[in-house]
Design a protein around this ligand. Structure first.
Ligand code: ADP
Ligand code: ADP
Length: 233
């Protein structure tokens, strides 16, 4: 579902590549965790999948990244929005409307679905993420974990095949982080969504991962494999 072939990214003015020599395959329906110290290129790797890198960041991407067969360098991020949903650390940065229900509907507005399909998808997503009781709530009155579930829901209504999450629990307390991780686990198992996630709370998420990619930094190529193997390094 996601494939990196000999990928390197060098930002403008940088002395060396932010990531280099990345070869990686994430099969459909798997959860792949991206780990490594700060500054080793986790966000860069994720951005290359959503198309933010290099379209919005500048710099040069060499090699090839494909998502469901789409080359992320030749497709604009908008064109990839059907395929890849992206959620960042700060749910508040993500929101454009006032209430939970409006936010879930908003993501679909640019893809031209019939009104009854949109309504059905909002209902389905409210149920999936346990948000039905909160549908009319202003987003600003929700807890961090609830907000992050809304952010995830707003990209899920598009039915993306791949979900990219950049440290989705880093702004959350442990209980809220648990809430979000439980939702992700359900997505992978019940809907077969492919998930690529950067995360530093390893002890919480490694149990759910099918594959771990470790970015060592210093220009070295990442190491990837089954969690137990990579974590033993
Ligand atoms: P991580 O997510 O692991 O913290 P990043 O991918 O954010 O790592 O950053 C990797 C390196 O690339 C860092 O040295 C960072 O300063 C640099 N970098 C990240 N984004 C940009 C950008 N848009 N322009 C220039 N340099 C960047
Ligand atoms: P509709 O257009 O009526 O929403 P679709 O054919 O697009 O119908 O998909 C409906 C099916 O997709 C349902 O079985 C539903 O459970 C499932 N589904 C729900 N959420 C997602 C998702 N995020 N990704 C993929 N499939 C999903």
């Amino acid at each position: 579902m996601i494939r990196f072939e000999q990928v390197s990214v060098t930002y403008d003015g940088a002395s060396g590549p932010a990531v280099a020599g990345v070869d990686l395959t994430v099969p459909e329906g798997e959860l792949c965790l991206v780990v490594g110290p700060s500054g080793t290129g986790k966000s860069t790797l994720l951005g290359a999948v959503s198309g933010l890198v290099p379209h919005f960041t500048g710099g040069v991407l060499t090699g090839r990244v494909t998502v469901a067969g789409h080359d992320t360098r030749t497709h604009r991020p908008r064109e990839l929005a059907h395929v890849v949903g992206t959620v960042g650390q700060d749910p508040l940065a993500h929101f454009v409307t006032d209430t939970v229900e409006d936010e879930l509907a908003y993501g679909m507005e640019s893809i031209g679905l019939a009104p009854d399909v949109m309504r059905r998808r909002v209902e389905e997503t409210l149920d999936l993420l346990g948000l039905a009781d909160l549908r009319d709530r202003p987003i600003g009155t929700l807890s961090g974990g609830q907000q992050q579930r809304v952010a995830i829901g707003s990209v899920l209504t598009v039915h993306p095949r791949v979900l990219v999450l950049d440290e989705p629990t880093s702004a959350l307390d442990p209980a809220a982080a648990e809430e979000v991780l439980a939702v992700l686990q359900r997505l992978v198992h019940d809907l077969g969504t492919t998930v690529l996630m950067a995360e530093h709370r390893l002890e919480r998420v490694v149990q759910y991962a099918d594959q771990v990619v470790l970015l060592p930094g210093g220009g070295a190529a990442p190491v990837s494999g089954p969690p137990a193997e990579v974590m033993a390094l």
